[in-house]
Design a binder for this molecule. Structure first.
Ligand SMILES: O=C(CO)[C@@H](O)[C@H](O)[C@H](O)[C@H](O)COP(=O)(O)O
Ligand SMILES: [Zn+2]
Length: 191
């Protein structure tokens, strides 16, 4: 099927708009996740993020919003993206397996009271699932950002933000919007 370019762009933007309208009616999990992050940070804990591909980019983006600032000046907040240390990622993948790249870092760095945010559009990426399992075993709180199905992550998360789409890029668009809202709510609590 040969869809004219303008129609294709408009259809994609309208789909994004419909997705966000549906997501706006499902705000509860975002509020609960922000509460967990605020509680963890107030208790002296930190927020860890992990994900693959676009979700790796989201992980470092969101961690930087907390260690730096989102909109306002306030104390730095403890956050680490487990996606950015190329030496750790390559060594763990090479010596153990790619499935272990986040879980091993969680076991190295995670402490009870911390929060792990796992980001996956399918909810089934094995390294993110393994990281959530490791986090639960250590007593971390777990937050998921997934697509509508939730995948295997749904049952491993204290709260799972399941955005209303099954299309990877459309899901990612809502993930970063939800992530920004999390940062806004967390920042407000520390102003
Ligand atoms: O950004 C994109 C697609 O928009 C890709 O890089 C995407 O993140 C990768 O294919 C990931 O490996 C997908 O993994 P997941 O979201 O299912 O956990
Ligand atoms: Zn992408």
């Amino acid at each position: 099927m040969n869809i004219p370019t303008a129609d294709r762009i408009r259809d994609a933007f309208l789909e994004t708009s419909r997705n966000f309208a549906a997501f706006a009616e499902q705000t509860g999990p975002v509020a609960v996740a922000a509460g967990l992050m605020i509680e963890g940070l107030r208790g002296g804990g930190k927020v860890l993020f992990c994900g693959n591909g676009g979700s790796a980019a989201d992980s470092q983006h969101l961690a930087a919003e907390l260690t730096g600032r989102y909109l306002h000046d306030r104390p730095p907040l403890a956050a680490v993206a487990l996606t950015v240390d190329s030496s750790a990622l390559t060594a763990i993948a090479n010596d153990y397996s790619y499935d272990e790249v986040f879980a091993r870092q969680v076991r190295a760095l995670g402490r009870a009271g911390d929060v792990l945010v796992g980001i996956s559009t399918s909810g089934n990426s094995r390294n993110v699932v393994a990281a959530l399992e490791a986090a639960r075993a250590l007593g971390l709180r777990t937050v998921g950002l997934t697509g509508a199905g939730g995948g295997r992550m749904a049952e491993l998360c204290d709260v799972c933000i399941r955005v209303p789409s099954t299309d990877t890029p459309r899901i990612q668009e809502m993930h970063i919007a939800a992530g920004h809202m999390l940062c806004e709510l967390v920042e407000t609590a520390f102003l």
